[in-house]
Design a protein around this ligand. Sequence first.
Ligand code: KG4
Ligand code: ZN
Length: 353
Amino acid sequence: MLGIETSCDETAAAVVRRDAQGRGEILSNVVRAQLDLHAAYGGVVPEIAARAHVDLLDPAIKHALGEAGLDVAELDGIAAAAGPGLIGGLIVGVTTGKAMALGLDRPFLAINHLEAHALSAGLTDALRFPYLLLLVSGGHTQLLIVKEVGAYERLGTTLDDALGEAFDKAAKLLGLGYPGGPEVEARAAHGQASIKLPRPMMGRPEPHFSFAGLKTALRQEATARAPLSDQEIADLCASFQEAVADVVRDRTARAMDIYQERLGADAPRALVVAGGVAANQRLRAALEEVAVTRGFRLVVPPPALCTDNAAMIAWAGAERLARGLVDDMAAPSRARWPLDPDAPPALGAGVKA
Ligand code: KG4
Ligand code: ZN
């Protein structure tokens, strides 16, 4: 299965194989980051991203096929991320995927990018459904029950910023570079979590998140100390990271309780973490703690599969094809595409699907 990913600022193509037992193997995984094109703007510029995908995608696909040692005619299907994401980029990937599928007379699979994150652990860990998923990236923060391919129950989401976005904004207001997560983590290693910051949503019965207030509190603490010394920046980073770890630990524990209430005590207990923020070691330690206390196995896919990539798109395509879930040429690109359309709306404004 060829996978194509163009939903944000990574142009990616990959080939994976799925055997009859449902085991996966990555034959190639090519990612062309566009960081340098967007760095000057402090974030992703959608039109620049879409145009870069046009330039970068064909060579990336060629490279992925070459590394896999395959001719296009040997593909069983073409899968492209069709949403959610930046619409210009999605159209580039979906149109390319459809054209290849049509030309090669192979099935086309329009993949939900979030579903690809949700299923990616199955590519490296022989993981049985159901499991609990914590997806924490620059664009998404969700807790979901993954029941089967195509069957997801959203337990929690963010009312405002995504967690990666919160790290990026924290870094920006402290004068650190983009993407902010790795910078904040590196600075925090030299600091003390000595500055009092709020823990939004902690203790609430529904496992939702909110990070806007935490960011505002951080800004106030930073402004009060300006100009900031390196030590103060480190302390602010450590305090921010500690607040995030407390919130994520609490919200995930709540989701674990709901998971067990819904599925019964006999349901397999595994917590899968996906998205770029899963790279954060402090967060991992907090999740390890909560997993141990509730008897869950913690599964964190390798970093290359946690951040945006096309192997996860190809894998979701292979999983869908194995179940006969193929799409036709009318499949749309969708800027918004919730995994669980029946989820009750979370309270608050600006909810990200
Ligand atoms: O999944 P991802 O690679 O891509 C998108 O969301 O598109 O996630 C990127 C996000 C960024 O917000 C980045 O700051 C965050 O993941 N991130 C981290 C760390 N590494 C990446 N956040 C906290 N700690 C990290 N070590
Ligand atoms: Zn993603």
